[in-house]
Design a protein around this ligand. Structure first.
Ligand code: IMP
Ligand code: MG
Length: 174
C-alpha cells in the first residue's frame, strides 16, 4: 500500500489488535480491581487505542488527554514539546499512561516526570507497540501490546506525516 508516496506492508491485522487489546483489558481490570483508575492518554496517536482499550475495562476509570509532540516525519527529534497539559490534580490517583507506541521512550519519560510532581498513588505505563532496540529509558512498560522491529509503522492511530491514522491494521515502511 502506498501512503504519501511511500510503500508500506501490513504487519499486525485488525483481529490481532482486537484480541491483544482484550487481553490487556482483562489484565488491567484484574490488577486494578477495587481501585479507581485514571488514564492519561497521549494525543494524537493514542486516541483509537484509548477508545478501544477503555471499552474492555471492567474497573471504574476516568480518562484525560495530554498532547505531546516529538516526532517529525519518520524519526524522533529528541525533544518533547508539550502542547496540551493536564488540568486536574493527579494527587493520590492511580495513573495509567497510555500511548500508541514507545520508541526512544522520551515522550513518556517527560510525562512521568511531570505527573510525579503531583504525588499520584501510582504510575504505570501501557503502550500498544514498543521498539525495544531504540528504547533509551529505564521505566517499565507494564502493559505492552506488541514488541516490534525498529521500523516506522502507520495505522490504528499512528500517522505518517499526518495521514494513515484511520487504517484498521498496522503497516510497516518497506
Ligand atoms: P518516543 O518519545 O521516542 O518514545 O516517541 C513516541 C512518539 O513518537 C509516539 O507517541 C508516536 O507519536 C511517535 N512515533 C514513534 N515511532 C513511531 C512510528 O513508527 N510511527 C508513527 N509514530 C511514531
Ligand atoms: Mg504519539
Amino acid at each position: 500500500m502506498i501512503i504519501s508516496g511511500k510503500e508500506f506492508k501490513p504487519i499486525i491485522t485488525e483481529d490481532q489488535i482486537k484480541d491483544r487489546i482484550e487481553d490487556l483489558g482483562k489484565t488491567i481490570s484484574l490488577d486494578y480491581k477495587g481501585f479507581d483508575l485514571t488514564i492519561v492518554a497521549i494525543l494524537n496517536g493514542s486516541f483509537i487505542f484509548a477508545a478501544d482499550l477503555i471499552r474492555t475495562l471492567s474497573v471504574s476509570c476516568s480518562i484525560t488527554f495530554v498532547k505531546f509532540k516529538s516526532y517529525e516525519g519518520i524519526s524522533s527529534t529528541g525533544k518533547v514539546n508539550e502542547i496540551l497539559g493536564i488540568d486536574d490534580s493527579l494527587e493520590g490517583k492511580n495513573i495509567l499512561i497510555l500511548d500508541d507506541i514507545i520508541d526512544t521512550g522520551l515522550t513518556i519519560n517527560s510525562l512521568i516526570e511531570k505527573i510525579s510532581q503531583d504525588n499520584p498513588a501510582s504510575i504505570r505505563v501501557a503502550a500498544l507497540c514498543f521498539k525495544p532496540e531504540v528504547f533509551k529509558m529505564n521505566y517499565p512498560v507494564d502493559y505492552l501490546g506488541f514488541p516490534i522491529e525498529n521500523k516506522f509503522i502507520v495505522g490504528y492511530g499512528l500517522d505518517f506525516d499526518g495521514v494513515g491514522r484511520g487504517l484498521k491494521s498496522i503497516y510497516q515502511l518497506v
